[in-house]
Design a binder for this molecule. Structure first.
Ligand code: SDX
Length: 432
């Protein structure tokens, strides 16, 4: 970051001395006012619940221009990455800062493929769960449990350990997500097959059974790979900020990523794809497209607590570029499966059209986000609704670990410890 010519001066109407604060610029996007000395100089904190105007760190990994609806991974537009290379090439880009050449790509694919198995003991860990446990509860436990197996890569100050932990997490998440699914449906776990692609391997571990050969459908394989690319990273969203804050205490990367999985589960965040498909199902039950107007009235009624799930975003005040690519993927998959007239897809498109013309949404700049169409395409691929956020976690693991690694490799990083505005009882004594 570089010092800007501009400076910020904070003055107080009560005559307290004004304070001058430096302004820094990044390579693109808003400048920042450096308030690190504010408390020392003024005895006051800033106040920004939800961090609407707060930059928690500097990062060179992902940039979002919410007004333009632009998403860049290490400078490359998501639209180009969605059709260039595959998810593991995007993982390489996010982790190392540049796209791999042919040799680098081949050796990275081989490296990840050699770490797809998990310790055999993991299957006994699953047995502690009820079969009907939500897969995100299982996944949160499984990812945290990885730190019980890989003591040889938890020295976070060792760059080699950080690299092997990143590879292990990227390689093992598909295996763990598939195990959580198989455990829930009472089928035997499928071991990874290293001759398959990353996404093909996942499809086989999910839907393969020992009684017959599983043939990977290349259209579904490509669609899933693109879905992983679209979900890979997204600046300092809630779960990435969770991973950074958790990791800032010096805990091991597996524990920090488990915290990210737990945060992503929430319906306001990565749980929105599950909530969106449920919402579409509910509207379908109400009477489908004919009832959309009635549903929209509920959404606009503040007291209803009803939101249009898959719509709106803290940063995008334009169309989420991922939603457009997800809609295209939806079209491809539904066509491949002969489901072009999928009622939920038709309903979603009708809902989007109505919302984009409605003043309530237009005035609040609410557009479809990544979660609006993802549930439909995941459902068509055969992924059960309660596993949608597991798919999101699988894809976002590379973003979490790249951001965690960027923080840990910064010699200036400190443990995160926000302050507060205290509004509780002042000191009082217990009456004898
Ligand atoms: C993800 O941060 C990321 O980058 C996240 C993510 C990633 O890749 O990591 O992009 C993934 O989490 C996508 C978002 C998935 N969540 C949903 O689809 C849930 C539905 N969306 C909303 O909950 C909401 O839009 C948020 C949480 C996404 C954003 O909320 P903000 O930024 O806090 O905005 P807000 O709640 O202050 O909304 C502003 C106004 C409010 O109305 P007013 O008080 O001004 O009258 O818009 C309204 C809100 O009530 N509003 C909605 C709405 N989203 C916002 N009204 C109806 N339906 C919605 N979906």
């Amino acid at each position: 970051m570089k010092l800007a010519d501009n400076k910020a001066t904070l003055s107080f109407s009560n005559g307290s001395p004004s304070i001058e604060m430096p302004v820094y610029s990044g390579s693109v996007g808003p400048d920042v006012i450096d308030i690190r000395k504010l408390y020392g100089q003024s005895g006051m904190f800033t106040y920004d619940p939800g961090f609407l105007s707060t930059a928690s760190c500097q990062s060179g990994i992902t940039f979002i221009d919410g007004d333009k609806g632009e998403l860049l991974y290490r400078g490359y537009p998501i639209e180009q990455l969605a059709s260039h290379g595959d998810f593991l090439d995007t993982c390489y880009l996010l982790l190392k800062g540049d796209l791999p050449n042919t040799e680098e790509s081949a050796s990275f694919h081989k490296l990840v493929n050699n770490h797809t198995m998990v310790n055999e003991q993991m299957q006994f860990f699953l047995r502690g769960f009820r079969r009907d446990a939500h897969p995100m509860a299982v996944l949160t436990g499984l990812v945290g449990a990885l730190s019980a197996f890989y003591h040889d890569s938890t020295d976070i100050n060792n760059p080699k350990h950080r690299e092997i932990s990143a590879i292990r997490l990227i390689a093992k998440m598909p295996t763990l997500v598939a195990m959580a699914y198989k455990y829930g449906v009472g089928q035997p776990f499928q071991y990874p097959q290293n001759n398959l692609s990353y996404s093909g391997n996942f499809l086989r571990m999910m839907f393969g059974v020992p009684c017959e050969e599983y043939k990977v459908n290349p259209v579904l394989e490509r669609a899933l790979d693109r879905i992983f690319i679209l979900h890979a990273d997204h600046e300092q969203n809630a779960s990435t900020s969770t991973v950074r804050l958790c990791g800032s205490s010096g805990t091991n990367p597996f524990a920090a990523i488990a915290a990210g999985v737990a945060c992503l589960w929430g319906p306001a965040h990565g749980g929105a794809n599950e909530a969106c498909l449920k919402m579409l199902g509910d509207i379908q039950k109400m009477g489908g497209i004919a009832k959309v107007g009635e549903f929209m009235e509920q959404v606009k009624d503040k007291n209803s607590g009803v939101k249009l799930m898959g719509f709106g975003h803290r940063v995008y005040k334009n169309y989420d570029p991922r939603a457009k690519l997800m809609q295209e993927t939806c079209n491809e998959v539904l066509a491949e499966l002969g489901l072009e007239n999928d009622p939920l897809f038709q309903l979603a498109k009708a809902l989007e059209k109505i919302a984009l013309e409605d003043e309530y949404f237009v005035s609040r700049k609410l557009y479809p986000n990544v979660d609006f169409y993802s549930g439909i395409v995941l459902s068509a691929i055969g992924i059960p609704v309660n596993l949608f956020t597991g798919i999101f976690s699988l894809a976002r693991t590379v973003g979490w670990i790249a951001q965690w690694n960027e923080m840990i490799s910064d010699p200036e990083y400190k443990i995160g410890r926000p302050r507060q505005l205290y509004t509780g009882a002042t000191r009082r004594e217990i009456k004898a």
